[in-house]
Ligand binder design. Structure first.
Ligand SMILES: Nc1ncnc2c1ncn2[C@@H]1O[C@H](COP(=O)(O)OP(=O)(O)O)[C@@H](O)[C@H]1O
Ligand SMILES: [Mg+2]
Length: 259
């Protein structure tokens, strides 16, 4: 029997990512330092910041592809590499040559590679899940279409289907809307909003206005990481992107500006 108090506690969301004072350098070139933040399970968080600020590097640390030089990073309660099966990643650049003859459905099925048996055939369950993922992104009728023939927005949605077909607990997207038209952008955001709750969604983006409207929390990554609420982004970013006061502790910059 579970005690009521314990039952209540167990329904609280746990941490999807906990970063404590992490630093990272490529050789002798420091990229991130003193990065501390927490993301709860089920949150939808946007990551913004200037080019070269270290956003993609932070994702590679979360995925366990790179190891922090110092500090501790826990992903889904584990060391990053141990959590990688529960993480799906939609990279900044297409992982497929658009001329390579592969259908949209086949692209989605590559998201099930980790579950393939030694003889390499996808099970009927894999195929069912791939169709379901295509339905989720509203592209079922394009299942057999060549991936290279799809529009930028459709291709991006196929890649999101490929990510979710592995049934991840954490979905990381690196600028998923950078090469799509505004209509496709809106569709992608709606899709991500639908997924949040089922999984934690963390997305790097440059669409400030849209991100302010859609996410619950924003991290600005610029050598370090700063936690912002969408409203604070309006205040800081409306007149000049990623300007210097961002490097000061939250609140003190805006106070100074008002004086
Ligand atoms: N593999 C690498 N080797 C050396 N330097 C790198 C490598 N990848 C990225 N960098 C450098 O690290 C910094 C942060 O890059 P990145 O994480 O890609 O930033 P962002 O995604 O915010 O644009 C940049 O100065 C970039 O040139
Ligand atoms: Mg990047």
């Amino acid at each position: 029997m579970t005690l009521p108090a314990l039952k209540g506690a167990s329904t609280l969301p746990s941490d999807a990512i906990v970063a404590q004072d992490i630093s990272f350098a490529y050789g002798s070139v420091p990229v991130l330092s003193g990065v501390t933040f927490q993301i709860k399970e089920g949150e939808f968080v946007g990551i913004i910041g200037p080019n070269g600020g270290g956003k993609t590097t932070l994702f590679k640390l979360i995925l366990g592809f790179l190891k922090a030089t110092s500090g501790t990073l826990k992903v889904l309660g584990k060391d990053p590499w141990e959590a990688h099966r529960d993480i799906a990643y939609v990279p900044q650049r297409l992982p497929f040559d658009k001329l390579f003859p592969i259908s949209a459905l086949d692209v989605v099925l590559t998201g099930r590679l980790a579950t393939l048996p030694w003889y390499g055939a996808h099970s009927s369950e894999d195929k069912r899940l791939a169709w379901e993922a295509l339905e989720l992104v509203n592209l079922k009728e394009f299942a057999k279409a060549p991936f290279g023939a799809l529009s930028g927005g459709q291709a991006q949605r196929v890649l999101i289907a490929r990510a979710v077909v592995s049934q991840p607990k954490l979905l990381l997207l690196d600028e998923p809307t950078s090469s799509v038209d505004p209509e496709a952008q809106t569709e992608i955001y709606s899709l991500l909003q639908m997924l949040r709750g089922d999984m934690t969604v963390v997305m790097v983006t440059h669409d400030l206005q849209t991100v302010i409207e859609r996410v619950e929390r924003i991290l600005c990554v610029q050598g370090t990481a700063m936690d912002l609420k969408p409203g604070e982004v309006c205040e800081h970013f409306a007149l000049g992107l990623y300007h210097r006061p961002l490097l000061t502790p939250l609140g003190s910059a805006s106070k100074k500006e008002k004086e």
